[in-house]
Write a protein that binds this ligand. Structure first.
Ligand SMILES: Cc1cc2nc3c(=O)[nH]c(=O)nc-3n(C[C@H](O)[C@H](O)[C@H](O)COP(=O)(O)OP(=O)(O)OC[C@H]3O[C@@H](n4cnc5c(N)ncnc54)[C@H](O)[C@@H]3O)c2cc1C
Ligand SMILES: *[C@@H]1O[C@H](CO)[C@@H](O)[C@H](O)[C@H]1NC(C)=O
Ligand SMILES: *[C@@H]1O[C@H](CO)[C@@H](O)[C@H](O)[C@H]1NC(C)=O
Ligand SMILES: *[C@@H]1O[C@H](CO)[C@@H](O)[C@H](O)[C@H]1NC(C)=O
Ligand SMILES: *[C@@H]1O[C@H](CO)[C@@H](O)[C@H](O)[C@H]1NC(C)=O
Ligand SMILES: *[C@@H]1O[C@H](CO)[C@@H](O)[C@H](O)[C@H]1NC(C)=O
Ligand SMILES: *[C@@H]1O[C@H](CO)[C@@H](O)[C@H](O)[C@H]1NC(C)=O
Ligand SMILES: *[C@@H]1O[C@H](CO)[C@@H](O)[C@H](O)[C@H]1NC(C)=O
Length: 609
């Protein structure tokens, strides 16, 4: 029954344009054992890239625990503005859940961050987190990728050599001045940042609507010495500000996900051999006596069945669930495995360690220019906005990505750093920014102002490390996630300085004419370093970029989980390909690099590496 429903939904939402054969390749649940060349666990951001590329040359199964977001999330995963206002994207423990779309993961109480338990959203749907993220698209710095290359002893990770994989993943549509409503939100970009052929599936372009609030708030950052970048953020530099593009299809301003880009493309190829199992959860990877991964145990409404892999298993379950599944399959710290009576296939102490997370704090004020939400209050406004959106992808519903700005903190903000903090920061590459500043406005009725303007500071150089482990030998028990927020004092010191820097931006003449009333948060009473730190501990939130829990490293590095070709140490026929394998959290937002990485590893697999 579910199978039929899914086929109807698939047809209705145009996932498979007009081919019934395509629809049959998407099934709900697993009703029998089956065998493929490759089995990919997790049809998320990275998983669907790898699966799609392999399916042109071999048979591929994708095991995905979630369903179709078009069915489960209405327009919210399609219309950009609705995507950034989904209620379940809240870090608060008492968030409003959407269990069809999200894994409902909660952290342990964060001892150095107000003992808060943090809800950490992760997409549970075909397309994974690419269907729930905030669509910002940009690349990290040359120095960061060089650091990656050095740490894993493989110079194929330097920017010049990964650039072809970035380009292979995407097609870039320049901003359309006729449809983009904001001539004063100047876009600087490299038109050749993407491959721009039908074989470069991910759609990257600019929002057609930038609200006045953001255009004003963005002025504060050049005003304090962060000028507009002349090339944007896809060429290996993160310095100064830019109106960045997003994963959005410029044609109609719909979100571009790994599903409606990569998977759609491959399903349109009749010869491609790909089978997608929705509502199907991998519970264990199985190995033969020579420690070769030979298949995956999958649980669905139709019971438990083994899907066999003739060549390889590719694990792409994400930063929290990939380490969990490795441990349940006998790959992880020996002590943890024996605590839960799991037979050890490969003793890898690094599985679940080295969690990097970028956290942020904001300073808010009332401001006078309107935010997009102000155009979507009354039914009349919504009707107008809907007409604009449906006609040509314009208007407030097309609000997506905005402005961001990067810097290393200027000298006067560093004077209070402890010698240790200064040393830690000095170890990052010269082009690796310490702070990202993001301006954003939202309707301020609750505070008696037109708009609440927020200028945020996101920590790019976290020294705190978290970890992930298992609660039991049962996959139904969510992993234990300790984000480690602010456990290293350096992070608090840097964020205190960054918050003061944001206050400097608020005080700049650029915002004098639009600021209304006193600072809302933290508020004028919060001035001493101790008070600011206390505010940060109780209010810092994640920007959802958790990374590096199955880190890539050199052979012989006991803390590494995979080698530079993403092969899991100590076993054969198993790779991990997702945001758990970079050795650290790249500066900025990771999705562009996740797509790049998946392209790179797919190429390794196809070339027999
Ligand atoms: C709310 C939010 C906003 C973000 N905003 C941005 C942004 O604006 N820009 C940016 O660059 N990055 C952003 N990110 C980060 C980025 O989206 C992620 O880093 C990236 O999508 C991760 O890709 P992945 O392949 O590692 O995992 P995912 O895309 O999460 O894929 C994992 C998949 O595995 C499936 N799965 C897990 N366990 C199993 C199992 N046992 N069996 C079967 N299936 C399983 C999941 O359901 C999911 O589909 C954001 C992330 C979030 C959560
Ligand atoms: C959302 O979906 C409904 C159909 O359920 C449609 O009528 C509406 O126009 C869509 N778009 C927006 C922007 O809400
Ligand atoms: C930018 O242009 C928009 C649209 O004309 C306007 O509403 C907004 O106030 C402008 N912003 C600035 C900073 O001038
Ligand atoms: C494990 O599987 C591989 C690949 O199919 C095969 O070559 C090997 O002989 C198997 N080992 C055992 C012990 O069955
Ligand atoms: C662990 O290995 C032993 C010996 O090979 C086997 O008898 C047992 O069934 C295994 N346990 C599990 C949980 O797989
Ligand atoms: C887009 O559609 C709206 C609503 O129909 C219309 O007013 C506007 O002129 C169109 N813009 C362009 C560039 O076609
Ligand atoms: C995770 O880190 C904390 C310290 O922040 C430590 O107490 C705990 O033992 C670690 N857990 C695992 C599974 O490594
Ligand atoms: C603020 O408004 C005044 C009066 O309209 C104007 O003269 C001044 O240039 C404005 N300042 C800025 C920074 O926009």
């Amino acid at each position: 029954m579910l199978g039929r429903f899914t086929s109807i939904a698939v047809a209705a939402y145009g996932l498979v344009t007009a081919t019934a054969a395509g629809a049959q390749r998407i099934q709900s649940g697993v009703s029998t054992k089956a065998s493929f060349d490759y089995v990919v666990i997790g049809g998320g951001t990275a998983g669907l890239v790898v699966a799609s590329r392999l399916a042109e040359f071999a048979s591929v199964a994708v095991i995905e625990a979630g369903g179709l977001y078009e069915v489960d999330n209405g327009n919210a995963s399609t219309v950009p503005y609705l995507g950034i206002t989904m209620p379940f994207l809240a870090a608060d423990e008492n968030y409003t859940p959407n269990s069809l779309m999200d894994w409902d993961l909660l952290s342990t109480p964060q001892v150095a961050a107000g003992n808060r338990r943090v809800h950490y959203a992760q997409g549970k749907t075909l397309g994974g987190s690419s269907a729930i993220n905030s669509i910002g698209y940009h690349r990290a710095t040359k120095g960061a990728y060089k650091r990656w290359a050095d740490l894993v002893n493989d110079q194929s990770y330097t920017f010049d050599r990964i650039l072809p994989y970035f380009k292979r993943s995407c097609a870039l549509t320049p901003p359309d001045p006729k449809r983009r409503n904001a001539p004063n939100a100047t876009v600087k970009f490299d038109p050749f940042a993407c491959g721009n052929t039908p074989d470069n599936p991910l759609q990257v372009s600019w929002s057609h609507f930038v609200d006045a609030a953001r255009t004003w708030l963005a002025l504060a950052l050049p005003a304090i010495g962060q000028p507009l970048s002349s090339k944007g953020f896809n060429g290996g530099e993160l310095k100064g500000g830019a109106w960045i593009p997003g994963t959005v299809d410029a044609k109609d301003s719909t979100r571009s996900t790994s599903k409606n880009s990569y998977l759609r493309r491959i399903l349109e190829k009749k010869k491609a051999q790909i089978t997608i199992y929705l509502h199907s959860r991998a519970t264990k990877i199985v190995f033969n006596d020579s420690k070769r991964a030979t298949g995956v145990v999958v649980s669905s409404a139709q019971g438990e069945h083994v899907i066999s892999a003739k060549k390889e298993v590719i694990l792409s379950a994400g930063v929290f669930l990939s380490p969990q599944l490795l441990m349940l399959s006998g790959i992880g710290p020996a002590k943890t495995l024996s605590d839960f009576s799991i037979n050890i296939t490969s003793d890898l102490p690094g599985v679940g360690q080295n969690l990097w997370d970028q956290i942020f704090v904001g300073v808010t004020h009332g401001i006078s220019p309107p935010a997009s939400g102000a155009y979507l209050v009354s039914p009349e406004q919504k009707a107008i906005a809907l007409e604009q959106y449906n006609a040509n992808g314009t208007g407030p519903y097309s609000t997506g990505t905005g402005y961001m700005s990067f810097e290393k903190l200027p000298a006067q903000y560093r004077t209070n750093f402890s010698p240790r903090t200064a040393t830690l920061l000095s170890q990052f590459p010269a082009d690796w920014p310490e702070i990202e500043n993001v301006p954003v406005g939202f309707p301020g009725g609750a505070f008696g102002v037109t708009t609440v303007g927020a200028l945020s500071a996101i920590l790019q150089t976290p020294s705190s490390r978290g970890n992930v482990t298992i609660r039991s030998a049962n996959i139904a028990d969510a992993p234990v996630i300790n984000l480690g927020w602010l456990t290293d004092e350096a992070d608090g010191e840097i964020l205190v300085a960054a918050l003061k820097r944001v206050r400097e931006a608020w005080a700049s003449p650029a915002l004098a004419n639009i600021t209304v009333g006193p600072e809302l948060f933290p508020g004028s009473a919060v001035t001493s370093d101790a008070a600011i730190l206390n505010y940060i501990k109780n209010n810092a939130a994640s920007i959802w970029h958790a990374s590096a829990t199955c880190k890539m490293g050199k052979a012989g590095d006991r803390s590494a989980v995979v080698d530079s070709k993403a092969r899991v140490f100590g076993v054969k026929g198993l790779r991990v390909v997702d945001n758990s394998i970079p050795p650290f959290s790249l500066p900025g937002h990771p999705q562009a690099s996740v797509y790049m990485l998946a392209e790179k590893i797919a190429d390794d697999i196809l070339k027999g590496r």
